[in-house]
Design a protein around this ligand. Structure first.
Ligand code: SF4
Length: 106
């Protein structure tokens, strides 16, 4: 397990690219508050950097390594893949009151 900070820049960029592609693929959008989106991307990137997988950053886990091996909360998590439910508010459906029209970071 890696312990150093800061988060690898390339990992943050790859998580952003993933989020852009996945939003377009699923017809979902980023939050109207960009700080929410940035914070989730940072959390996903940190877990990817530390543990090798983008474990959802918006939940508590007793053991992150064990949780990653189950794959349920590895982004995109099962609730997102099955029902477009992202409790982190990274991917929002157009009907969500907090949804913007953005699917990119530029
Ligand atoms: Fe990813 Fe699911 Fe967490 Fe949303 S709730 S950031 S889709 S793991």
């Amino acid at each position: 397990m890696k312990k150093n900070n800061p988060i690898d820049f390339k990992i943050v960029e790859s998580m952003k690219a993933f989020a852009e592609n996945y939003a377009k693929t699923t017809d979902t959008f980023f939050c109207i508050d960009p700080e929410v989106t940035d914070s989730v991307i940072q959390g996903l990137s940190k877990n990817k950097d530390l543990f090798g997988a983008p474990l959802c950053p918006c939940r508590y886990y007793d053991e992150k390594i064990d949780e990653i091996s189950l794959a349920y909360w590895n982004c995109p998590c099962v609730p997102m893949r099955e029902r477009k439910e992202c409790h982190c508010m990274l991917f929002l459906t157009p009907s969500n009151e907090f949804s913007s029209l953005r699917q990119t970071f530029s």
